[in-house]
Write a protein that binds this ligand. Structure first.
Ligand code: PHE
Length: 366
């Protein structure tokens, strides 16, 4: 480390005592700095660092040694070399600390890397795999079918007001049809409620987008209902709405037929239409499909060979007008079916409450 040009310590003392030439101390400072930096640069461990600290910055280290020499110098030289030595000491201390921090950081990074090491050849621990909830699976399947037919997927809030859930849908305050939807009210002013059907999304969509419009809105609904195997206070519906020029019942039926053909894997299922009543459609109908699970009656269709599919109809002119769509110019169809009911049918689920019981044994089957 000590170059041949450097004066070894004992000689330094000797020479200094005799009044060392300035040049020499100056050179020593330069050499010390050079050696210190080159050693520091090579240091790659905390031990190596500690050695450097003792050698240069220690109580009996090289810098302390030079400071000692200073004592014996004449005042002139003290004035010149004192500040230089102080600066050297400060420089070495700072550089040393920086290196120490750098090494520390490096070591932490190495440790982190070791921890993060990922063995791609390791065999997997036996981890149970999750799956999507049957309702989610079915909802995604239904969304895809309608998207393929040109519909957009829409959403609306589950907390609604009376206006969107009833009034705008042509269900006036004193209308007896309100009995059809046992409402869960959220406040005493009887304004906020949990939506009783997804038909409220029709209002949001028509007010926002006007016509023409083709949307499907899946979502949860709530009713004040005693629960049993086939009724629940919370269930999912899928709402459909199509508004354009000259929309007719034939468009509605063709859409439903195509949807069911796709959902029940190309099986040609007959559909049956019955007149029905919903205040927001005119005419109102209910659509049944031939039971996809049997030929001559089974427990799913309760031996009738038909399964109720959805409520539907042509959008009532009052509803179009309410949303600012001219009913002279536009017409539309709407339908709503129970996603929960459909999932129960499709997967032969005997009790609606299983769908939100969070029973892993049950959910594992899907
Ligand atoms: N909202 C109705 C229900 O909950 C279903 C429906 C939707 C009927 C759209 C007609 C048109 O029963």
């Amino acid at each position: 480390m000590v170059s041949s040009a450097t004066i070894i310590p004992s000689e330094v003392h000797f020479l200094t005592n005799l009044g060392m030439p300035m040049q020499s101390l100056d050179q020593q400072i330069k050499d010390l700095k050079k050696n210190f930096l080159s050693q520091l640069d090579k240091a790659d461990s905390q031990d190596a660092l500690e050695e450097i600290r003792i050698t240069y910055l220690g109580r009996k280290g090289k810098i302390a040694d030079l400071m000692d020499q200073l004592k014996n110098l004449p005042l002139e030289e003290k004035k010149e070399f004192g500040p230089q030595l102080n600066e050297l000491k400060k420089f070495c201390e700072i550089t040393f600390e920086e290196k120490k921090e750098h090494l520390n950081h490096h070591r932490l990074r190495q440790e982190q890397r070791k921890k993060e090491f990922f063995d791609v050849t390791a065999s997997l621990p036996n981890m149970p795999q999750g799956s999507l909830h049957p309702l989610t699976q079915l909802q995604q399947e239904i969304n895809d079918i309608f998207i393929s037919m040109g519909f957009e997927i829409a959403q609306g809030p589950e907390v609604e007001n009376e206006r969107n859930n009833f009034e705008a849908l042509n269900i006036a305050k004193d209308h007896p049809a309100r009995d059809m939807w046992d409402t869960l009210w959220l406040d005493n002013t009887k304004n906020l409620l949990l939506r009783t059907h997804t038909s409220s999304v029709q209002i949001h969509q028509m007010e926002e987008k006007k016509a023409p419009l083709a949307i499907v809105a899946p979502g949860r609904c709530y009713r004040h209902e005693a629960t049993d195997a086939t009724h629940d206070f919370m269930f999912s519906q899928v709402e459909g709405l199509f508004v354009d020029h000259n929309v007719s019942l034939s468009n509605l039926l063709a859409t439903m037929r195509e949807f069911m053909r796709k959902l029940f894997a190309q099986k040609q299922l007959n559909m049956r239409v019955r007149p029905s009543y919903f205040p927001f459609v005119e005419p109102g109908i209910e659509i049944d499909i031939e039971c996809p699970f049997c030929n001559h009656g089974c427990s799913v269709c309760k031996y009738t060979e038909w399964i109720e599919m959805c409520g539907a109809g042509l959008v009532h002119p009052n509803v179009l007008d309410f949303c600012g769509i001219n009913h002279q110019e536009y017409s539309g169809f709407a339908f709503g079916f129970g996603l929960t009911r459909l999932a129960m049918l499709k997967y032969s689920i005997p009790d609606i409450r299983l769908l939100h019981a969070n029973n892993v044994e049950f959910l594992k089957q899907f």
